[in-house]
Design a protein. Structure first.
Length: 365
């Protein structure tokens, strides 16, 4: 998005200039090589701008939540990459290195134990940004420690990290690795009070965390979760589908490998869900994750005889895909209900007693 306007203006001019300078006919090898070179240059610019944006946003975290939280960024490892360009080369098979944010309430006692919330971000290629400032403030104010992994495929860390994407695959292992790190390295984290919270793609990751590690998580909230990647390929456009069929990612389209896309879809994997308390939200006017995906998930859970989950299907709530992450009062009321669900299982030391308490914590008044 940051360079979309720049590309729209400059690419046609650059290509026209190349055609004249090379005296090349449309479709010639020289012109195609030049076009590919221009595209690579713009892709490199995209990643450099992403890194710059990420560095600026990291500074904003300290300004926006530093009054109530210790903010840190830790460098940890997950499983080796799903694909290696040279499987026998130097360093091949090494664990993947990635960053994770840590937010710890400033008033913690070194001798006490605190609940942990694992918070994977959304987006096919995105990252954990200060978009979530108010939500982090709400969590930390109740006494939660929060870890947010910048799992493989996240933006802001260069082209190499971007191309490590493994949607619905090893990214789940990265996120769970952040949970394990917190338990192993912070004595104040209570291993028996860990929850996972995510929206959209982060909701998909949260679901797979409790599917794969049911004993590790006491609660899960999945907001507007991507639930059926196969259906998603049907109602999204080619540019979206290309993110998945790229050679460095799945490498095939859904019609070429239905089983692989099914493996990455929570709605098709509900047999792996055991008994972790689960709350699901969706919205009928969601412009990103169509409600049909989440309805499929809910129906699949029911058909499989799963019991320990609840859900709400909201009708045309303002904000669409972001409806319960917004700043208006009704969205805050929904989040208050989400925290009540989490708090019943995770027992934070300072749970909100009212929505007004939550608003004071998040908006500094």
């Amino acid at each position: 998005m940051k360079t979309k306007i720049l590309k729209t203006i400059l690419v046609p001019l650059v290509l026209l200039s190349l055609q004249f300078s090379l005296s090349a006919q449309p479709g010639s090898t020289e012109l195609m090589n030049a076009i590919n070179g221009v595209q690579r240059s713009f892709d490199a610019l995209d990643h450099r701008l992403d890194v710059l944006e990420k560095n600026i946003d990291d500074l904003l975290w300290f300004e926006r939540v530093g009054d109530i939280a210790y903010v840190d960024k830790i460098y940890i490892t997950g499983p080796p990459p799903a694909k290696e360009s040279n499987p026998t080369g130097q360093g091949a098979g090494n664990p993947l290195k990635f960053w994770s944010y840590v937010f710890i309430p400033r008033d913690v006692s070194p001798s006490a134990k605190y609940p942990l919330l694992v918070f994977p971000h959304g987006g096919v290629h995105a990252n954990f940004t200060t978009y979530y400032t108010h939500i982090i403030r709400e969590m930390v104010s109740q006494g939660y420690i929060v870890v947010a992994a910048e799992y493989r495929g996240s933006t802001g860390y260069g082209a190499g990290m971007y191309r490590r994407i493994d949607y619905g695959g090893l990214e789940v292992e990265d996120v769970d690795a952040s949970r394990k790190y917190m338990i192993e390295n912070y004595e104040i984290v209570d291993r028996d009070r860990v929850g996972v919270v995510g929206w959209s793609h982060g909701g998909l990751i949260g679901l797979f965390c409790i599917f794969d590690y049911p004993a590790a998580y006491r609660a899960c909230f999945a907001g507007v979760p991507v639930s059926d990647v196969i259906a998603r390929m049907g109602y999204k456009d080619d540019s979206y589908r290309d993110l998945f069929s790229a050679q460095y990612h799945i490498g095939k389209s859904a019609d070429q490998d239905v089983a692989e896309y099914r493996r990455r879809s929570p709605a098709w994997q509900v047999d792996r869900y055991s008994n972790t308390p689960l709350l699901i939200h969706t919205n009928t006017n969601d412009e990103d994750v169509n409600v049909l995906e989440v309805e499929h998930l809910i129906k699949s859970l029911k058909a499989a005889g799963k019991k320990n989950f609840s859900y709400r299907i909201f009708e045309n709530m303002p904000g669409g895909h972001s409806f319960d992450r917004m700043d208006y009062r009704e969205a805050r009321k929904i989040r208050y209900d989400i925290y009540n669900f989490l708090n019943a299982e995770l027992k934070p030391p300072k749970p909100f007693k009212s929505q007004r308490d939550m608003e004071r914590a998040a908006y500094r008044f």
